[in-house]
Design a protein around this ligand. Structure first.
Ligand SMILES: NC(=O)C1=CN([C@@H]2O[C@H](COP(=O)(O)OP(=O)(O)OC[C@H]3O[C@@H](n4cnc5c(N)ncnc54)[C@H](O)[C@@H]3O)[C@@H](O)[C@H]2O)C=CC1
Ligand SMILES: CC(=O)C(C)=O
Length: 266
């Protein structure tokens, strides 16, 4: 159990990339962290990094596409740290899927993770938020922050499945914000541009290989196509999520913050 006023955040997909950056940043902000990931090894590595910096964290193995696993994982974090303040539904899959290559298996798998994981994360968090009574009307008892994308704002080449899930996350965020406001729960999303992570590198590798160019060239091509050419770092996204998780954003709900200002909407 942590001291009573130490806030607690759960991050899904905390084993690498943007999720790890968010977990490290929120730990630096003073949160105890639930580091949830399909990959137990990397989830534990994130915990080790947080503890080495003097923070508190718990790794829990989870497949966010499985509702009961998500509920159980969040319960384990609350059992350890005594409370839940922020739920960050970050875990996702980002395959490149030319329209004619989409199969029912790909469709179900990506939607089950990217969209189902958000539903189950919201439900898992709500269970604990509803147990808290706002001291006065308008007080915030919990925050939900979901991972959308620039690809959830405009159609990206070859990302018809992935992009559809990110459009869906924006819709879920707006509906949940309306439905949960009366409980004192805010719901927002972050919409990064091109961020240097294993997911984005896998996507960029396709265009790089097709053009016999380097991975960096592929990332740049993507950045020029969907933004004004900037490749962000996971820490840039974590800074935005730190704002959404902190008290300065208590007034905000239902927003889908576009992180990479250099957005180009065709
Ligand atoms: N990298 C980018 O350029 C952008 C990423 N995003 C979004 O940010 C989020 C994080 O993306 P990245 O860090 O780039 O991805 P990543 O692929 O580098 O890391 C994703 C993490 O989620 C975990 N994960 C995957 N499926 C899971 C499941 N079923 N259950 C639990 N954990 C699971 C993976 O093990 C991994 O640790 C995703 O939702 C992605 O859609 C949004 C815009 C841009
Ligand atoms: C992976 C992603 O969200 C992109 C290409 O914006």
């Amino acid at each position: 159990m942590v001291d009573a006023n130490k806030k607690v955040a759960v991050v899904t997909g905390a084993g690498q990339g943007i999720g790890r950056a968010i977990a490290l940043r929120l730990a630096k902000d003073g949160f105890a962290i639930g580091s949830l990931d399909f990959n137990t090894v990397t989830a534990k590595e994130t915990v080790a990094l947080i503890e080495a910096a003097g923070g508190k964290a718990l790794a829990v193995s989870v497949d966010v596409s499985k509702r009961e696993e998500v509920i159980s994982a969040v319960d384990q974090v609350v059992a350890k740290f005594g409370r839940l303040d922020v739920m960050i539904n970050n875990a996702g899959l980002g395959p490149t899927t030319p329209l004619e290559d989409i199969t029912p298996e790909i469709y179900h798998k990506v939607f089950d993770v990217n969209v189902g994981g958000v539903y189950w994360g919201i439900q898992a968090a709500l269970k604990h938020f509803k147990a808290r009574k706002p001291a006065k009307t308008g007080d915030i008892v919990g925050k939900i922050i979901n991972a959308s994308s620039q690809a959830g704002q405009v159609g990206n080449p070859d990302l018809a499945v992935y992009g559809a899930t990110k459009f869906a996350v924006r819709g879920i965020t707006q509906t949940a914000a309306r439905d949960l406001a009366k409980l004192g729960v805010t719901v927002n999303a972050y919409c990064p541009g091109i961020v240097r992570t294993p997911m984005m590198e896998n996507i960029a590798k396709k265009v790089a290989d097709e053009n016999k160019q380097s991975l960096e060239w592929g990332l740049q091509q993507w950045a020029k196509t969907v933004t004004l050419g900037r490749i962000s770092e996971p820490e840039d996204v974590a800074a935005c999520v730190s704002y959404l998780a902190g008290p300065d954003s208590d007034y905000m709900t239902g927003q889908a913050l576009i992180i990479d200002g250099g957005m180009v909407f065709n």
